[in-house]
Design a binder for this molecule. Structure first.
Ligand SMILES: C[S@@+](CC[C@H](N)C(=O)[O-])C[C@H]1O[C@@H](n2cnc3c(N)ncnc32)[C@H](O)[C@@H]1O
Length: 203
């Protein structure tokens, strides 16, 4: 039912060419009822956790950014790894919930739009996490978001993207629109190099 409500709000807002307003509408409607937000697991993304263990990811002395941070669990996880974390989301209600849930957090939670990102860290960030946010953008805006994210990464920094995927030959589907490898390769066109790619079934 809640997934249905998210789809309903998304359709309403997307029909009037507003690709982001529905997030604030959904978070505001949910209030403290976190279960009303379909992606809210209130735990760090297990794919991020597994990847960080496999990579022996360490954050002490490094900066990290979480794009579209939702309720903040991934940002808290990265802060626990020692990163100096900035996390932003376009929804003021989501950010208010981050501050309510983690009042003593060392992470800095900000309201910001990835399509018009704030200046964060003059050198770029050492580690940038994007999980399940690129896939909410229709294709035209997604390429803008990809190019904006690529400007936020330090020259030797790392980006981790976690997203639904599809083959080029699959239909584009409905929001959340799965990404193709070609779309991900745009990051390489923008100067990043691909370190690893994993195609997996999410449990
Ligand atoms: C599908 S949710 C994923 C949330 C979180 N990353 C996770 O994995 O649980 C997408 C998130 O991106 C945020 N978002 C959508 N459009 C955005 C934009 N233009 N700039 C920043 N955040 C945005 C939404 O408010 C929402 O919290």
């Amino acid at each position: 039912m809640f997934r249905h409500r998210a789809q309903q709000l998304a359709s309403e807002f997307l029909a009037r060419a507003d690709a982001k307003g529905w997030f604030e509408a959904l978070y505001a409607e949910a209030g403290n009822d976190y279960a009303a937000v379909p992606w809210a697991d209130l735990a760090p993304n297990p794919n991020l956790v597994d990847w960080s263990i496999a990579q022996e990811l360490k954050g002490v002395g490094k900066t990290a950014l979480v794009v579209g941070c939702g309720y903040g669990d991934d940002a808290e996880f990265l802060a626990e790894l020692g990163f100096d974390v900035v996390a932003f989301d376009v929804s003021p209600d989501a950010i208010a919930q981050c501050n309510q849930r983690f009042p003593n957090s060392p992470a800095s939670y900000q309201v910001a739009d990835v399509l018009n990102p704030p200046a964060i860290g003059s050198q770029g960030l050492d580690f940038v996490l994007e999980s399940y946010t690129l896939q909410v953008f229709p294709p035209a805006l997604r390429s803008v978001a990809i190019s904006k994210i690529s400007t936020l990464i330090a020259p030797l920094g790392q980006l981790l993207v976690i997203a639904r995927g599809r083959e080029e030959t699959d239909p584009p589907g409905q929001m959340p629109y799965p990404l193709t490898r070609r779309e991900l390769a745009t990051f390489e066109d923008l100067g990043l190099s691909s370190q690893s790619f994993e195609d997996f079934l999410d449990n």
